[in-house]
Design a protein around this ligand. Structure first.
Ligand code: ASP
Length: 362
């Protein structure tokens, strides 16, 4: 009764979201259960959904060869997660396995191939959450931990804490025997080129601002190179988990930390509702506590998964021009991947072991 009263406003909000049609030009959700073979199919009991970042990609901006590389990488990540789930492994292990594959692949903005800060550093963030226990682990500002998602999991399982940052987190990684690398390991020729180009643009901006007697401010470049990776899974035991890993945003400054390691913003899992991993302009995902809001709309507002995710990604974020998307799964095995950008690297796999991947709004 008390609970009902306390969350009555949420139910009202949920009802409002459910009744309000989405604004036409921006309704661009991801692959849905109804998309499979063009007809409604029963969702798989267990499975996994992944993303490799959302952003302004288009068939014109991404060569056919590059698209094929992304599709192959997403498939490899899905198969790694599926192998764990198929043998009765936990959703946490499956999430970690899939994220590891993408962290190790320089195509993505996570682990090797991560974006670079304005100061020319690599600063990695990650988080993982167990929907069965609500335990969570998060790390931020890492320079030398090869797989940040592994450290997030170690924080969750081998420390009494939820979040560790910078030097302390790296010390904890070394103490726990995690794979450490030189910072140069993360740099790729592509990222170096992007960084040098953006640095040049920055200094031109600063020069012209100085000539006009203004400060150039700390605006983020338009070309943010999103490409964060994430996975959510439901295992054969009925448990949900979520994990996300990122280099953050290209040219980020002054110790900036995004939504990914903030539990409830970029990553959240709760067996009572759903598991969510986000990608996009992190500041908006933090302000809107995106991942937890989706779960709350389900748990307290009674919305089904897809309506809850669309409410936040396709309405609330769109209204604020907060670009990005999420992947989400509930305990019945329903899944959704809404995004309001032009593309999102994404994929899903169920008990049948058939991976499906997509990039654009197809
Ligand atoms: N959300 C990430 C961040 O803001 C970036 C991304 O998703 O690509 O750090």
């Amino acid at each position: 009764m008390i609970r009902t009263a306390r969350f009555a406003w949420m139910a009202a909000l949920a009802a409002l979201f459910a009744c309000t049609p989405p604004p036409e030009p921006v309704s661009m959700g991801g692959v849905r259960p109804t998309d499979v073979g063009g007809s409604m199919v029963a969702p798989p009991r267990w499975g996994m959904v992944i993303h490799g970042g959302a952003g302004a990609m288009s068939p014109q901006s991404l060569s056919a060869e590059r698209q094929a590389e992304y599709r192959a990488a997403l498939t490899e990540a899905l198969m790694a997660g599926h192998a764990v789930l198929a043998r009765g492994g936990t959703s946490l292990d499956a999430v970690e396995a899939a994220v590891n594959v993408m962290e190790d692949n320089p195509l993505f903005n996570a682990g090797r191939g991560a974006v670079v800060t304005a100061d020319g550093r690599i600063e990695l963030d990650a988080a993982v959450m167990d929907g069965a226990t609500l335990k969570a682990g998060a790390v931020a500002g890492l320079h030398t931990v090869r797989n940040p998602i592994d450290l997030a999991r170690a924080v969750m399982e081998r420390s009494p804490h939820v979040m560790m940052i910078g030097e302390g987190a790296e010390t904890f990684a070394r103490q726990n025997g995690l794979a450490m690398v030189e910072e140069s390991y993360f740099w790729t020729p592509n990222r170096r080129q992007q960084w040098e180009r953006m640095r040049m643009q920055d200094s031109l901006r600063a020069d012209s601002a100085a000539r006009a007697g203004r400060t150039s401010g700390y605006a983020m470049p338009d070309d943010r190179k999103w490409g964060t990776v994430g996975a959510v899974a439901l295992d054969q035991h009925g448990n949900l988990a979520a994990g996300t890993s990122t280099g953050g945003m290209m040219m980020k400054r002054f110790g900036r930390v995004g939504d990914v390691p903030i539990v409830g913003a970029g990553t959240y899992a709760n067996n009572r509702s759903c598991a969510v991993s986000a990608t996009g302009h992190g500041e908006f995902f933090i302000r809107n506590v995106v991942a937890h809001s989706i779960c709350a709309l389900m748990e307290y507002g009674g919305l089904p998964l897809q309506a809850a995710a669309d409410s936040i990604v396709m309405r609330q974020l769109v209204a604020q021009r907060g670009e990005g998307g999420v992947i989400a799964m509930d305990r019945q095995g329903n899944w959704t991947m809404p995004f309001n950008s032009t593309g999102m690297f994404r994929g899903r796999i169920g008990a049948d072991g058939r991976p499906e991947v997509a990039i654009f709004r197809d």
